[in-house]
Design a binder for this molecule. Sequence first.
Ligand SMILES: [Mn+2]
Length: 333
Amino acid sequence: MQGYDLIGDVHGCGNTLRRLLELMGYSRQSGVWRHPAGRQVIFVGDIVDRGPRIRQALHDVREMVEAGTALMVLGNHEYNALAYSTLNPQGEPLRSHSPRHQRVIQETLDQFDPWPNEWQDFLNWFMTLPLALDLEQLRVVHACWDDQLMPNFFQNYPDGTMTEEFLQASAIIGTDEFRVVDRCTRGTWLRLPEGQTQKSGDGFVRDRFRTSFWIDNPRTWGDVLFQPDRLTPEIEATLISAEDQRRLSYYPPEDKPLFFGHYWCQGFPSVIRPNLACLDYSAVKYGRLVAYRFDGEAKLDAEKFVWVEVQRDEYPLLEELRAEMLAEHIQKI
Ligand SMILES: [Mn+2]
């Protein structure tokens, strides 16, 4: 056991990712980032969308995975890209091309515009990545590990990856495949009262809120709320109904350490519970790109987080970025 370095949502912060790898002692040798002691990175997903260097980040991550210096699980953004780009038997995309969905993926599509074949190749590669990892000493998933769903899923899909049929079925609400993808990549959530919506910090209007999956006997919605935006005090005081209870999930304190991303945490990284750590600290919103350096401990320790702050250099002027891409493009031809 050489140790694992678990890295949170990158979202196209490609230079920041390189700074984090360097900070942890990784260096790039013949195109692949490696650790001298053979440590492995595990990415919790969401490499794509939002940030300025999606393509660079994807190349770095994929080269590591293919060389065996990293593992990765799918994030909701990679899953959404697959569903957006895959047609059902009726010839419609599994994820509709609505303005809202378009807005989420546009940055990725724009950055790959000069390299359409390459993007298709990355989509094919996403299909080879698992929805979750159940390793000897730890578990990894993008958003939520559900004890009710995962044993059955791994029994049917031992390597945790989707098949074409699974992907098709996962786009239909109510199927087992939908439930697994929804839990693993989006986590648990509850719907706001009929007709109510909330505008989140990222500018999207939502009719639901994200919930935690580790509170012992939660009583109110406020007890399980887990997202940067609070609800109104009245809504937070809503009692959890039996129906809500069915939609929530609980990860027991005696289970293996679980690492995940997804939740736009803010501030300095901390351990949620001795067997739970979220690694998403909003890198792409000028937050921190966070890693946890795991060495097999049964109790996670806040001292083992490392991070880099996302700096302005991750965001050059658009023209500079275009010039950079053009130069690289010319180099290739
Ligand atoms: Mn994310």
